[in-house]
Write a protein that binds this ligand. Structure first.
Ligand SMILES: Nc1nc2c(c(=O)[nH]1)N[C@@H](CN(C=O)c1ccc(C(=O)N[C@@H](CCC(=O)O)C(=O)O)cc1)CN2
Length: 294
């Protein structure tokens, strides 16, 4: 029997709608308009699209959106000066620097300059450390989205065998921590792991986040497994166009798995929705209000 499709578009739209309701309540009851500042450096076409979407969806949720576009050859000191300004701005509750940064800029130093209370990407060492320690923290958006998509299939992840393929700071590592917090048993695999297909076949939950198109094959999967595909590779298509494919061989996975996320229309959709959730949470925390119900 074919697997069921986990519809990231529908789940993300529902989450954004719930954020919008909470934002309206914050405005009405507390005069609080959550504000998100996004910094885009350079002109990477994919990053430009993502930042435009963030701006649109932030505004659609009723939040204030501040965009800062800097040239690719901007000096590190100027980036740090902008971040210091945003840290001090009371209308800004969330700061996100779009990644990857152009060559010549020090990504770690830029992230470390963000006020951890406004770090809605959850990448600051303060938040990464808290997450690893099992403490409440702002957590990276894509891993948060992966957990929400998984929970749309399984109410509880307790005791489930999960494999995370990929160990990036943006996805793999924080996802492992979030899964541990859900009491899953987690294997973290990467390019040097031996017998990856075998490791994968043991997992009830498979998270593919390596950035290698269609690497995870159908015969790597345990029948009935839930497969969350984080990969997005743009490949040439007909008529000079491009199309997106994930890290999982989708058609093969659909024959074996229990549930699969598509690419596009899966995890990617959740990234911006979770950014809105984090911005709302950051705004409430900064104002000393209880955490919102989303
Ligand atoms: N500072 C950050 N930089 C980057 C992050 C991040 O979380 N924080 N993640 C990615 C890019 N990203 C958001 O920034 C992102 C990626 C994909 C999508 C998305 O909606 N994907 C769609 C397809 C979109 C398309 O057609 O290209 C989908 O999968 O359905 C949203 C946001 C790297 N940088």
């Amino acid at each position: 029997m074919a697997a069921s499709l986990i519809d990231g578009k529908v789940i993300a739209a529902d989450l954004r709608a719930r954020v919008a309701v909470e934002v309206a309540r914050m405005k009405r009851d507390h005069g609080l308009t959550p504000g998100l500042a996004v910094v885009l450096i350079g002109n990477d076409p994919a990053s430009e699209v993502y930042v435009r979407n963030k701006h649109k969806q932030t505004q659609a949720a009723g939040m204030a959106s501040f965009e800062h576009m800097l040239p690719a050859d901007v000096a590190q000191a100027d980036v740090l000066a902008l971040i210091a300004e945003l840290n001090a701005n009371p209308a800004v509750h969330g700061i996100l620097v779009q990644l990857p940064l152009p060559k010549g800029l020090d990504t770690e130093a830029v992230i470390a300059a963000i006020d951890p209370a406004k770090d809605v990407d959850g990448l600051h060492p303060h938040n990464a450390g808290r997450l690893a320690g099992g403490l409440p923290a702002l957590s990276p958006c894509t891993p948060l989205g992966c957990i929400i998509l998984t929970k749309s299939v399984h109410a509880s992840l307790e005791g489930m065998d999960a494999i995370v393929i990929g160990r990036s700071n943006l996805v793999g590592r924080p996802l492992v921590q979030l899964l541990l917090n859900e009491n899953a048993t987690v294997t973290i695999a990467h390019s040097r792991s031996r017998d990856l297909p075998d490791l994968c076949r043991r997992a009830d939950l498979v998270y593919a986040a390596v950035g290698r198109a269609e690497m995870v094959r159908g015969d790597w999967l345990k029948p009935g497994a839930t497969v969350i595909d984080v990969g997005i590779t743009r490949v040439p298509a007909a008529e000079g166009k491009t199309r997106l494919i994930g890290d999982v061989a989708f058609n093969e996975a659909m024959q074996v798995a229990g549930a699969v996320t598509p690419v596009p229309g899966g995890v990617g959709q959740m990234t911006v929705a979770c950014l809105l959730v984090n911005t709302l949470r950051a705004a409430c925390a900064i104002r000393g209000l209880p955490a919102p119900g989303v």
